[in-house]
Design a protein around this ligand. Structure first.
Ligand code: UDP
Length: 235
């Protein structure tokens, strides 16, 4: 295995499948299966999941909700997704723990770094809910932060696009995919990989980012086994 311990970042939107809102149980089950494959190979897996399929702070704020309140609503949405993912993963027979950045003890364990690492060492999949626990941040930033804290080898950002392109491949036919790219080139070319806070945190801590298509079956497994899947951002 190329990667021994990974942090998988899934956007909330990915859970919608073909829906406009919420969670598609079929998509959730597919993701759980893909994740199980790498757990079975002995990879230690931590997951940060977004909340955009349920609530986004900026959208709430533009509809008149106080921004900080709206961000807390967004953070709670990530915990809802975390619970759903936990259930789907346990249906496949994997052991999991949900750790939240906002205390919710009847529902999940509070996030404690040492505890998270211990769970991973025991082969449990750890889901981090509630983002960073702070408004004005994103789950991408939470993902990078947690990845650094737990010493993950890389952050694997599962999207519906199979890597980083010169321009948006869903809009421009002539977009060219990068096999790999440096942090510097991402910056100088103005490419969007993550929001700036998340990206800078990753660069400053030499945490490689791999952007890959999570919707193609087998991709996650190939990626952790060392096959060239997606685009890797590194120094
Ligand atoms: N959020 C936040 N702090 C965090 C992480 C998330 O305030 O550390 C809120 C923010 O309002 C965001 C929402 O939670 O819009 C959902 O997260 P995000 O947009 O990152 O989810 P995704 O787009 O990946 O589904």
């Amino acid at each position: 295995m190329t990667y021994k311990r990974i942090l998988l970042k899934l956007s909330g939107e990915a859970l919608m499948g073909d829906r406009q809102y919420g969670i598609d149980p079929a998509r959730l089950a597919e993701y759980a299966k893909e994740i199980k494959k790498i757990v079975d190979k002995g990879v230690e897996v931590a997951i940060v999941i977004g909340g955009g399929n349920i609530f986004r702070g900026v959208a709430g704020a533009s509809n008149g909700i106080d921004r900080v309140q709206a961000d807390y609503m967004g953070m709670l949405a990530t915990i809802i997704n975390g619970l759903a993912l936990q259930s789907a993963l346990e249906d496949t027979g994997i052991k999991t723990r949900l750790l939240t950045a906002i205390k919710m003890e009847q529902v999940a364990e509070p996030f404690i770094k040492r505890r998270a690492v211990r769970h991973l060492e025991k082969g449990r999949v750890v889901i981090f809910g509630g983002g960073t626990g702070n408004p004005y941040f994103t789950t991408d930033t939470a993902a990078v932060l947690r990845a650094i804290e737990i010493n993950a080898n890389a952050i694997l950002k599962g999207t519906r696009v199979d890597g980083i392109y010169t321009s948006d491949p869903e809009k421009f036919k002539d977009a060219i995919k990068f096999e790999s790219i440096t942090y510097k080139d991402v910056m100088s070319k103005g490419l969007k990989v993550m929001d700036m806070t998340a990206f800078t945190l990753s660069q400053e801590n030499d945490l490689p980012i791999v952007v890959f298509d999570m919707n193609t079956k087998g991709n996650l497994e190939k990626l952790v086994s060392g096959e060239k899947i997606g685009t890797k951002v590194d120094k």
